[in-house]
Design a protein. Structure first.
Length: 330
């Protein structure tokens, strides 16, 4: 891609300009001076801005072009190295206070999507990044384990204090589950009914599936179904328990967007929009201005009393009545 160090203009004949040629360097603050009618505005606005804007508008969609309008091509032989241009003049082209350069050119829409997709959420308590796991994340974790590693796909289950524990285990068994993990030990439900009375654990893990890791497409489909079911039954939480020669290891995955006991909102494009109540500033409501009373302007001199016209807005002939009413009421 060719890089330009300057804007080259050749044969500019706009208005009062008589076939002039010049080079304007990039990255510099350039000031155009001259007598009235010498062609300063013709060069800055009618040539540089008009051509830079015209070329940029041609690259936009038809929807954006209808708001920006069409600009005529300036009378010039050759212009090269000109970037998209923005002109700031002493006038307002729109009455809508919410319109900006970004919204008119649709750049703002792309920025919202960009931040919503690549933005990262951090917990204000621990400072760690907040993540949510997907089914694919859990499946990838399992398939990265060594071949032959035994894996248990589980989901948490909290025992209530109303029913006896052995009765609750019976209900779990009727749902088709045969094994559970209690105190990091694997049990069959039939063997645990007698021992569960003495257990202090209020939470157990129900074993949904047992597999031995191997590189197989059929197993990948089975893993996806089991993990998705575990997330559903575990209300957003899934536990993978691996058993190999080095012992056993448990890893918990969660598809809830939370950390440190806090539930966070998933980033969306509405969070970065000042035209939406979700992303707008609660003080100015997205307008950038706040209507209110500035005490320092109303009473600029705090050492002066009301009788000596401390309130500026009560000094006029018509507003004197408010001062008199205030003094009478006090």
């Amino acid at each position: 891609m060719q890089r330009y160090d300057s804007i080259s203009l050749r044969g500019v004949r706009v208005h009062n300009l008589k076939n002039i040629s010049l080079d304007i360097p990039h990255g510099k603050l350039i000031v155009i001076t001259g007598l009235s009618g010498s062609g300063k505005s013709s060069l800055a606005f009618d040539t540089l801005f008009a051509e830079g804007q015209r070329r940029y508008v041609e690259s936009l969609s038809s929807y954006a072009r209808q708001f920006l309008g069409r600009m005529n091509k300036p009378e010039v032989d050759f212009i090269d190295g000109i970037p998209p241009a923005i002109a700031i003049q002493q006038k307002v082209n729109t009455r809508n206070p919410r319109s900006t350069v970004g919204t008119s050119t649709e750049v703002y829409d792309y920025l919202k999507l960009l931040y919503a997709r690549i933005g990262k959420t951090y917990s204000p308590i621990s400072g760690k990044e907040v993540k949510r796991h997907s089914v694919a994340d859990v499946v990838d974790y399992i398939q990265k384990l060594n071949d032959g590693t035994k894996v248990l796909i589980c989901f948490p289950y909290i025992l209530n204090t109303v029913q006896p524990k052995e009765e609750q285990l019976g209900l779990i068994e009727k749902q088709g589950y045969n094994r559970i993990v209690c105190d990091e030990e694997l049990y069959r439900i039939d063997d645990l009914k007698d021992k569960v009375k003495n257990s202090k654990s209020k939470s157990i893990r129900i074993v949904l599936d047992r597999i031995a890791v191997k590189r197989d497409e059929n197993q990948q489909g089975r893993l996806s179904d089991s993990v998705q079911t575990a997330f559903y039954e575990g209300k957003g939480e899934c536990c993978i328990m691996q058993i190999d020669e080095e012992g056993q290891l448990s890893k918990v995955f969660s598809d809830r967007f939370e950390a440190d006991g806090m539930q966070f909102e998933i980033p969306t494009e509405h969070m970065f929009s000042f035209n939406n109540p979700i992303g707008a500033c609660p003080v100015c409501e997205g307008f950038g201005k706040v209507l209110g009373i500035d005490e320092d302007i109303v009473v600029p001199n705090k050492s002066v009393s009301i009788y000596d016209d401390a309130v500026v807005c009560w000094r006029g002939e018509k507003m004197q009545q408010w001062k008199k009413d205030f003094i009478k009421s006090s």
